[in-house]
Design a protein around this ligand. Structure first.
Ligand SMILES: [Fe+2]
Ligand SMILES: [Fe+2]
Length: 271
C-alpha cells in the first residue's frame, strides 16, 4: 500500500498534532490509517466495507515481509531504525522504553482502561503486557506472550495473556465484548478461526478463570486514541508488586525464556 503522507498527517489532526505523538503513537496512527484505507479499498465499487479471506490471501506474495513478523524485525515504511543499546541488566521498564515502542501506546491505553474499570491488579498487569510480544513475533502472540512472561508474573496474568488471543474472535455481549471491525478488516469478513483457536475458546469458556482473559479483551483498545497519553510511571507500583524482576536482568537469568528477551535486546544479530 502506498502512503499519501499528507493525507496520513491530516488524519491525525495535522502536523502539530502529529509532532506531539511519540514513536509508538505515530506507528499506531499509521496502522489505523492504513487499516482505514484498506477498508475503503475493499469497499470501492463493491458496496462492501471489509475484504474477504480470499482477497487478504491474495496479498501474501505482494509484500516483502510476512504478516506474522515482529515489529522490531521489519520497517513499516523505509528502512528499520537503529536501536538504542540496552543496559547490562535490563528491567521490564527498560524494554518498554527501548524496545516496545510499537506496542507500548496500545498496551498502556488498555491498562489505563482496566484501572478505570476497576480490574484486579493481575488483569491490569495482563493488559499492560498482553501485546508487547508482537515486537518479537505477531503470529500466535497470546501463546508467545504468555511464555515470555510466565516465569515473572502471577499465574492468572499469564493465563489472561495466553488466552486473550483466542477470545478476541468470540463475542460475549453480556460481559461487554463485541467482535471488532478491525478483525473483519484484518482477517476478512468471512473468516472462521482455526480449529485450535475454536478448541481453545471452548476450553477457556468453561474454565474457572474465563473472566481473566475475557477482561483483557474487554479492555483491549483496538481504536487508537491520539488524545489519550498514558505514562508508564502510573504502573510502577503494579509492576513492583507483581513482576519478579530478575537481578541479573531479563535475558541473563538463565530462565527457559531468557533467549526470547535477548532476541529483543539484539534483533540485529545475524545468528
Ligand atoms: Fe492481542
Ligand atoms: Fe491488544
Amino acid at each position: 500500500m502506498t502512503l499519501d503522507r499528507r493525507a496520513f498527517i491530516a488524519s491525525v489532526g495535522g502536523a502539530g498534532a502529529f509532532a506531539l505523538l511519540g514513536p509508538s503513537g505515530k506507528a499506531d496512527a499509521l496502522e489505523v490509517y492504513q487499516q482505514q484505507r484498506l477498508n475503503e479499498a475493499a469497499g470501492t465499487g463493491t458496496g462492501r466495507k471489509f475484504p474477504t479471506v480470499a482477497e487478504i490471501e491474495a496479498q501474501i506474495d505482494k509484500s516483502p515481509t510476512r504478516k506474522g513478523v515482529g515489529n522490531l524485525f521489519a520497517a513499516r515504511t523505509g528502512n528499520v531504525a537503529r536501536l538504542a543499546p540496552m543496559p547490562e541488566k535490563p528491567t521490564l521498564m527498560d524494554f518498554f522504553k527501548l524496545r516496545f515502542m510499537a506496542t507500548s501506546n496500545h498496551v498502556l491505553q488498555s491498562a489505563n482502561r482496566a484501572v478505570k474499570n476497576d480490574m484486579s491488579e493481575e488483569i491490569v498487569l495482563a493488559c499492560l503486557l498482553h501485546d508487547v510480544v508482537q515486537d518479537l513475533i505477531k503470529v500466535d502472540h497470546g501463546w508467545w506472550g504468555a511464555q515470555l512472561f510466565e516465569p515473572y508474573v502471577p499465574e492468572k496474568t499469564a493465563f489472561a495473556i495466553r488466552y486473550h488471543q483466542a477470545l478476541r474472535f468470540y463475542a460475549d455481549p453480556p460481559n461487554g465484548y463485541v467482535y471488532p471491525d478491525l478483525y473483519r478488516a484484518m482477517f476478512g469478513e468471512d473468516y472462521r478461526p482455526e480449529p485450535y483457536i475454536e478448541a481453545t475458546y471452548q476450553m477457556v469458556r468453561k474454565h474457572k478463570w474465563y473472566l481473566e482473559p475475557r477482561m483483557v479483551t474487554v479492555n483491549d483498545l483496538y481504536a487508537f486514541d491520539p488524545n489519550t497519553h498514558v505514562d508508564l510511571q502510573q504502573f510502577t507500583d503494579v509492576i513492583g508488586r507483581h513482576f519478579k524482576q530478575p537481578k541479573e536482568g531479563l535475558g541473563f537469568d538463565g530462565s527457559p525464556v531468557a533467549h526470547m528477551w535477548r532476541s529483543l535486546i539484539r534483533p540485529d544479530a545475524p545468528l
